[in-house]
Structure formats: structure tokens, C-alpha cells
Write a protein that binds this ligand. Structure first.
Ligand SMILES: *[C@@H]1O[C@H](CO)[C@@H](O)[C@H](O)[C@H]1NC(C)=O
Ligand SMILES: *[C@@H]1O[C@H](CO)[C@@H](O)[C@H](O)[C@H]1NC(C)=O
Ligand SMILES: *[C@@H]1O[C@H](CO)[C@@H](O)[C@H](O)[C@H]1NC(C)=O
Length: 394
């Protein structure tokens, strides 16, 4: 920590205030609910980011960093080039799995499936762990790099600000099913019952789709892996079984209105000043009042029968990557609201909810990425302006 205290004192001598995060109480409940508070805090974080990054004088700086945009803030052509590139990755043969491994991973048919298989493989060691945020940051980054490397994509990773759509997901431009969307909702299936989730003790109504994505990008996508955690009786018997089927969505605002609103995300961002509270509330553990968090809400809003809700195989739905880019943005903003204290802060072990118990993770630990990428050092995943990263969000 000597490094930080000395940098902090240089900054103090140079006359910078050591900035702390504004408290939630700085904002009215109207501004929190409307997204005005969220907007203001984004701007503040970007200003502090610029000060901090320019002060470092690295090659990757505030101006050279790539900008990840909200999907709707991309031009129509750029949106289409993104979904085209994702469909290309879904057609591309596996790039890392060997011929001998095919027997072990019968459901892996494409480079895209290698991502899904890797997420399945590490599910129990990348959720409710110290490296939840860092693991998913590098996973999304690798996906973006693959789109560029294998599929000629020249843009950057988009994110999805679900708070904008929380009240009426099925009205969102992102799911309108035209060629510039992320594909439609699922075909509507009527006369369905409520679903009870024992773990979270919640009984939820059916959503607004329920069947296959029927138009736009991903309506012709064939999935092979999962489901593994479906609340219905359709799970595969082994993790990597081949189970060819369509992509299912059942957009359900029951979840987004309770877990993904501007109020929910702003309370998380400004209300949680310690990493254990921040990562815990984001994933909906440690509090009976919130058993999903913006992370779980952003998966379950896909609906009960959807592929997006499946804890293991959820990357099957490409919206997964836009949801996790949004979570990464929230983490990045949280980091820059108090960068001296938050840049390299981690807490927790490497097993889900520390079950079975495992040692506290350290920044020197290696983190595995299976078929996605070589092992990474935890420390190198903490800063989006260093190492293999050089990006920010708009
Ligand atoms: C999320 O925000 C909404 C208001 O937008 C509120 O009704 C709901 O209780 C919040 N959820 C949690 C778990 O705090
Ligand atoms: C699964 O994890 C093991 C152990 O880390 C690793 O050897 C294997 O390559 C992984 N497979 C995938 C698909 O991630
Ligand atoms: C969209 O882009 C404009 C101009 O490039 C920018 O000012 C605005 O902040 C962006 N909106 C979002 C939601 O990021």
C-alpha cells in the first residue's frame, strides 16, 4: 500500500483533492428515480477518470482509449456490424478445443460455444467470489477481441443500460426485432402459470414471450449447450451435452421493475462504499431485501424459460455480453468515484459464497479462462487503462 500512500501524497502536494464518492443523500429521490442522479455521477466519474489518467502519462490515456457505447447510441450500421460479427462467431468452428476434447465437450460446435462452455465450467468459482467482476470484465473483453480478430468487426463492445427499459422491456428498441436490434422477444405463449423459485422465495408471473426469438439477429441461431439451471424439467443431464434448439426469450418486467431501475442502480453505486457490499448487493446476496441485485435482475428479466436466466449457460444469449458490459461500466464508475481507494480493492474467496471454504484471493493469483484465453493475473484485470485493456464507457 506504500505505493498508494506515496502517490496520494504527491497528488496532495500537487494540489488535487483526494476525491471521495458523493453520498446518495446528495440527490433527491426524484433525481435518483429519473436517472438524473445517475447521469450526474457518470459525468463526475469521467472527469475524475480524465484527471487520473492524464496524470499517469501512459500511452493508453483518456483520449486514446476506445469508447464502449450504449447499443442505442451506436449508428444503425454499427449495430448491424456488431450483430453480424456475433453471428459470425456462432458459425466459426472451435478455435481452442482439440479434436480429442470433442468427446468431452459434445455440445461445443463453434467459437461462440467455447465461450458458453467456459462459463459453464467456471460457474461455481466466478460468482459470489472475489473475482466475479474481474473475471467477467476479461471475459467480455476477450469476446470483443475475438469479434475483431476472427470476424472483421471494427467497432467496440456495446453495453445495454437496462434501467432505460426497466418499466417496459418489450417496448425497447433493442428487442424490436428489426435488423438493427439485438433480435426480438420470444414468440408469445399464452396461458402459462406462475413460477416459484425456492432459492429466492419468489413466485413470478409469465413474461411477454416464452418461445423462440422470431425476427432480427439471432432468430436463426442454434444453441447447443444447456440449460442447466432451468426451473422447469428440461435440463441436460451433463454439463456439455449437445442439446440443439433455438434461443428463447420471455422478457419480463416483473424483474426489471424491482431490480434494474435507476433507483436500484444508483443506490448500489452510491450506497455501497466497500467492495464486499458493492459486489454483494450487485449479485443480490447478503440481503433478504434484495435477492437478485442488478446482476441477477438483468438475467431473470429474460424470463423463466429464457436462456439468459440460466446461471451456467446464460452466455448463450448474446445480450449476456451487453448486460455484463453494463455491470463492468457500473464497476468502473464506482472505481473512479474514489480511485485512490478503489482501484485495486478486492475481497472474498474463489468459491461461490465461500462454499466449500477456500482461502482469500490475492491480486497475485492466476485466474483461468479455459477455452477463452490464457490464464491472467488478478491484478492485471483491475484497470481498464492498462495491460491488455484500453477502454472507457460513454
Ligand atoms: C428497485 O427500485 C424500485 C423503484 O424504481 C423499487 O420499487 C424497488 O423496491 C427497488 N428494489 C429493491 C430490491 O430495492
Ligand atoms: C475447465 O477447467 C479446467 C480446469 O481449469 C480446464 O483445464 C479446462 O480447459 C476448462 N474447460 C473449459 C471449456 O473452460
Ligand atoms: C450518446 O452519445 C452522445 C454524443 O456522442 C453523448 O453525449 C451521450 O452521453 C451518449 N449517451 C449515453 C446514454 O451514453
Amino acid at each position: 500500500m506504500l505505493f498508494f500512500s506515496s502517490l496520494a501524497s504527491i497528488a496532495a502536494i500537487a494540489g488535487f483533492a483526494i476525491a471521495q464518492s458523493p453520498p446518495l443523500s446528495d440527490f433527491s429521490s426524484e433525481d435518483i428515480a429519473s436517472g438524473a442522479a445517475w447521469e450526474k455521477v457518470q459525468k463526475l466519474a469521467l472527469e475524475r477518470m480524465q484527471d487520473n489518467i492524464d496524470f499517469r502519462g501512459n500511452k493508453c490515456n483518456f483520449e486514446t482509449a476506445t469508447v464502449r457505447k450504449e447499443f442505442r447510441n451506436m449508428t444503425l450500421e454499427h449495430r448491424k456490424s456488431f450483430t453480424n460479427a456475433v453471428e459470425c462467431l456462432q458459425r466459426l468452428p472451435p478455435q481452442v478445443m482439440t479434436h480429442e476434447q470433442k468427446k468431452q465437450y459434445p455440445g461445443v460446435h463453434s467459437r461462440y460455444d467455447e465461450y458458453v462452455a467456459t462459463h459453464i465450467n467456471y460457474t461455481m468459482t466466478i460468482h459470489m467470489t472475489a473475482d466475479f467482476l474481474a473475471w467477467h470484465r476479461f471475459y467480455v473483453h476477450s469476446f470483443e477481441q475475438d469479434l475483431k480478430k476472427h470476424c472483421g468487426y471494427t467497432g467496440h463492445m456495446p453495453y445495454w443500460n437496462w434501467a432505460e427499459d426497466a418499466e417496459a422491456l418489450d417496448q425497447s428498441e433493442i428487442f424490436n426485432g428489426d435488423e438493427y436490434s439485438m433480435g426480438s422477444n420470444g414468440v408469445y405463449i399464452s396461458n402459462r402459470d406462475y413460477t416459484y423459485l425456492g432459492l429466492q422465495n419468489v413466485n413470478f408471473p409469465p413474461g411477454t414471450g416464452g418461445g423462440c426469438v422470431h425476427s432480427g439477429p439471432f432468430s436463426k441461431t442454434k444453441l447447443h449447450l444447456g440449460p442447466i439451471d432451468s426451473p422447469y424439467n428440461n435440463n441436460v443431464k451433463s454439463d456439455y451435452e449437445d442439446n440443439p434448439r433455438c434461443l428463447v426469450r420471455d422478457l419480463n418486467s416483473f424483474f426489471s421493475t424491482q431490480y434494474n431501475t435507476y433507483t436500484n442502480v444508483t443506490e448500489l453505486l452510491l450506497g455501497e462504499i466497500y467492495i464486499e457490499g458493492f459486489q454483494g448487493l450487485m449479485q443480490g446476496y447478503g440481503s433478504d431485501a434484495n435477492r437478485f441485485g442488478v446482476h441477477g435482475g438483468g438475467h431473470w428479466l429474460g424470463g423463466g424459460p429464457s436462456d439468459l436466466e440460466d446461471m451456467h449457460s446464460s452466455p448463450n444469449d448474446p445480450i449476456f455480453f451487453l448486460h455484463h458490459a453494463m455491470l463492468d461500466k457500473i464497476w468502473l464508475v464506482w472505481q473512479y468515484l474514489d480511485i485512490w481507494d478503489r482501484q485495486f480493492i478486492i475481497r472474498g474467496t474463489s468459491t461461490m459464497g465461500n462454499s466449500p471454504p477456500s482461502p482469500d484471493m490475492q491480486l497475485t493469483d492466476k485466474i483461468s479462462f479455459g477455452f477463452v484465453a490464457p490464464d491472467q493475473t488478478f491484478h492485471d484485470l483491475m484497470d481498464t487503462f492498462a495491460g491488455s485493456f484500453c477502454y472507457k464507457y460513454d
